[in-house]
Ligand binder design. Sequence first.
Ligand code: HEM
Length: 406
Amino acid sequence: MPTPAAELDIPVIPLLADAKREERQKLLRDTAKQSWLARTEIGYTVLTYETVMGILRDKRWHSAAGLVSELKGIKDEEFLANRRVSILSAEGDVHVRLRRLVAPAFSPRSADRLRPFMRETVNGLVDAVAPHGRAEVVRDICEPYPIPIICELLGAPKEDWQSFSVWATDVLRVFSDTVAQETKIIMKARNELNEYSRTLIEQRRNVPLDDLLTDLINAEEAGDKLTTEELETMVEAIIVGGTDTTRNQLGLALALFAQHPDQWDMLRNDPSLAPRAVEEVMRFSGAVGGTIRFASEDIEYNGVLFPKGTFMSASMSSGNFDESVFTTPETFNIMREPAGHPHMSFGAGIHYCLGASLARAELQESFNVLAARMPKLALGGDITFKPTGVGIFGPASLPITFEAGH
Ligand code: HEM
């Protein structure tokens, strides 16, 4: 007989709203050494590599992405009614269909098409700071980097980058702690973005181009196609999933390298290390440290009974430090031997990051350009991190110094 989860004597992870990320992660990782499961403020969390993988691969646990607004206490009826089912929150046949239709457009080959453009974009951003030998890299490099890439991917022209940047920032407010006060701004951005996407979709239907939007319009399986509304929702999901994640991951990477100059030199001397460096950065300091699921039915897992509706966090950042999988996990080492187990920072199971190939390419290309043009990278002041909480984490400001003129 499984034990009801409520009856278990297990560690409790307090809210720690003001805690620094390292403190919270240390607590999760230390707890993982005693117990695979802990209680949280809203439900439970799994902490070991095996159980994080187990929950994310178990289709009875559904994505709670569509419930983030409720979890954050939003009451605005209009806002709640306006949400559409996106790939991030869809489950079952609806998810399978969406994923099958769009997956080919996100292949490694599609990402590779953009590598020259990625290099050009980072080089353009470094040009502005290279003569000075110092930068606030969040503002100067990380924030602006992903927007042109997403626009180029979708096929949105350069004159629209600025509007995209504003929409992306506003749509992403859905993850902020002040979301309840920002529903009007979010709705306005969503409406404008949808209207813009509709026009772009119509243009591509008339004149197909070599871009993702054309690929998505043409995506077809057994006579099935994405409707215009589904295409609009997909554009929003790509912006939500693909901008803030990448810029924060790059910020976390640079913060790490500024504190590990030997690793930066290794990368600079051997650009072929970039793919391994990206994987190690993501293992050691992933921008998305966890994700939430809820039990779609009563679930028996690992001898425990979780009633329908139970919220379950999957702590990828704790799984990434599991000693039974990664030797000396506390050491940041881009030469780490591939252990046969990938890091978990792109998630796992059916919601595994759709943009993983693109994100890997963006990070690899930026690492090589930056390592070549910013030798002797060092911290130029204190790093300020964004508040911890649900969602995406990274530095809010990261002053650096480096050797000028490259
Ligand atoms: C370093 C950058 C990135 C990180 C750390 C990241 C992380 C993740 C994670 C952890 C998930 C799974 C969420 C869950 O299971 O609840 C996910 C899903 C997703 N990501 Fe990413 N992501 C990144 C970049 C991107 C990019 C560049 C795109 C698109 C262009 C993208 C689009 C998506 C989409 C659409 C999903 C939902 C997939 C599905 O539900 O089937 N991501 N991402």
